[in-house]
Design a protein around this ligand. Structure first.
Ligand code: UD1
Ligand code: CA
Length: 461
């Protein structure tokens, strides 16, 4: 006897998704930044499924590239002849235990949903369980037809009579079935219906005819939410983002407008931090307590300590921001930047791979790349590190503690400026500057008195 506690999964994902009106395979469309299919795979995987088989068809190469690295097998359905044919493509003869069949376009299903349904299925001791929901407007869903309370069949909307269409209990397209039951009955399914398709739903009536135990498990409506067009895709995305906001708000994060705040479920934020609308906070980002993220910031894979202010329109990627820093507005912090306590990065400042010391400031219009800036350094407006040389290599600029850099300075790397040095405004620094020194490197200013009148006269002549 096989172990019915062992769960394998078949995810149906061969369809093109015509109504998406997009060349991208439907299941690769992202819901809150994550492809739908990846969401379904993550949910079944974290619910404990080991053997996950994805049936691919339209755009199979692309779908494969996403699901195989997640540890799934992919199985090609060469022609989309219906859901039963799709399941058949998944080499079901090698399956054992319980098989969960699920659609790849139901991105809102969670690990908890699956664990709960699976528990209910095991408790029911059904050979086949169909997961249903009750909908006010059951639209195109297959209807669950019951007799004396017992399921008798699933009837597709296109094949249903006027009376059957009135049934509001529908098939979610999720089934738990014994592998041997699936193996026995799948070949018996015919395509004698309105769509000339092999309907997986026919498994129900065949199993009943053969005296198997078939039952229905009712689930919440979210489980049945399928994405078929761009409107439904947007709905799913906004559902996930709103849900993420809700969780954070329950932990004391102040989110001014959860309908317009886009935070991945992977992001952690401390209590008493304020998030203004329009921001995207993504990936492995962590934000501490008492921070402020002003409108329209984009933060990905970054670690932000307590009491940091990120002013509006800032873009941060793979960086570390220590406590009490001020960033932006309009700052761009690129990967590998490490900004220490109390530092200030102001408007139109770009940093790439920069160690920026405690209490230092770069307040306006500056590019620093491949640089090490010490503590309490003042970087004047319009400073540029010329880090990229004609040999196509990157060179380091090192500016030690306490240096004052006048505005409009270029550092031609590699270069080191020693402690407490002063750089005169408008300098192009090409040689190292010792500690405590003044360095000015600019054309000397000349003055010619009473010049203008003469210049005009010369021009006329
Ligand atoms: C199916 C069910 C219906 C249920 C609904 C829930 C059948 C016959 N009907 O209908 O009872 O209410 O799901 O959403 O099963 N697919 C393939 N290969 C195919 C056909 C479909 O992989 O040959 C995949 C699709 O990509 C999709 C899923 O199976 O992910 C469902 O297919 P779809 O055509 O959308 O079925 P529905 O008509 O919605
Ligand atoms: Ca569908």
């Amino acid at each position: 006897m096989s172990d019915q506690n062992q769960l394998s999964v078949i995810i149906l994902a061969a369809g093109k998704g015509t109504r998406m009106a997009s060349p991208l395979p439907k299941v690769l469309h992202p819901v809150a930044g994550v492809p739908m299919i990846s969401r379904v795979v993550n949910s079944v995987k974290s619910a404990g499924a080991k053997d996950i088989r994805v049936v691919v068809g339209y755009g199979d190469k692309l779908v494969k590239q996403v699901v195989e690295p997640m540890g799934c097998g992919s199985f090609k359905q060469s022609q989309q002849l219906g859901t039963a044919d799709a399941v058949k493509s998944a080499e079901i003869d090698s399956l054992d235990g319980t098989v969960l069949i699920i659609n790849g376009d139901h991105p809102l299903i969670t690990k908890d949903d699956i664990q709960k349904l699976w528990r209910q299925h095991r408790e029911s001791q059904n050979d086949l369980s169909v997961v249903s929901v009750k909908l006010k407007n059951p639209k195109k869903f297959g209807r669950i037809v019951r007799h004396m309370g017992q399921i008798k069949a699933i009837v597709e909307a296109k094949d249903a009579s006027h009376e059957t269409l009135k049934i509001n209990e529908v098939n979610t397209g999720i089934y738990f079935v014994r592998a041997d039951v699936l193996q026995d009955y799948l070949p018996m399914i015919k395509n004698h219906n309105a769509q000339k398709e092999y309907y997986l739903t026919d498994l129900v009536s065949i199993a009943i005819e053969n005296q198997d135990k078939v039952g229905v498990i009712e689930a919440n409506r979210r489980v049945a939410f399928g994405v078929n067009d761009q409107m439904e895709l947007a709905k799913a995305t906004s559902f996930i983002y709103k849900q993420n906001c809700k969780k954070l708000m329950q932990n004391g994060v102040m989110i001014l407008d959860p309908n317009n705040t886009y935070i991945d479920e992977t992001v952690n934020i401390g209590a008493a931090t304020v998030i203004y609308p329009g921001s995207f906070l993504k990936g492995s980002t962590n934000i501490g307590t008492y921070c402020v993220v002003e409108p329209n910031c984009y933060v990905v894979n970054s670690s932000i300590a307590d009491s940091v202010v990120i002013h509006t329109f800032s873009h941060l990627e793979d960086c570390l921001i220590d406590k009490e820093c001020f960033i932006g507005p309009y700052a761009r912090i690129r990967p590998g930047s490490d900004i220490k306590q109390g530092a200030k990065i102001g408007n139109f400042v770009e940093l790439k791979k920069v160690k920026f010391g405690k209490g230092s400031k770069a307040s306006h219009l500056t590019y620093l790349g491949d640089a090490e800036i010490g503590e309490d350094v003042n970087i004047g407006c319009g400073t540029i590190t010329c880090n990229y040389a004609v040999d196509k290599k990157k060179y380091i600029t090192k500016i030690e503690d306490g240096v004052f850099v006048g505005s409009d300075t270029q550092f031609v790397a590699p270069i080191t400026v020693g402690k407490n040095a002063i750089i005169g405004s408008g300098s192009t620094i090409t040689k190292d500057v010792p500690s405590e020194a003044l360095s000015v490197a600019r054309g000397k200013q000349i003055i010619k008195e009473n010049y203008t009148e003469k210049f005009k006269k010369d021009k006329k002549d």
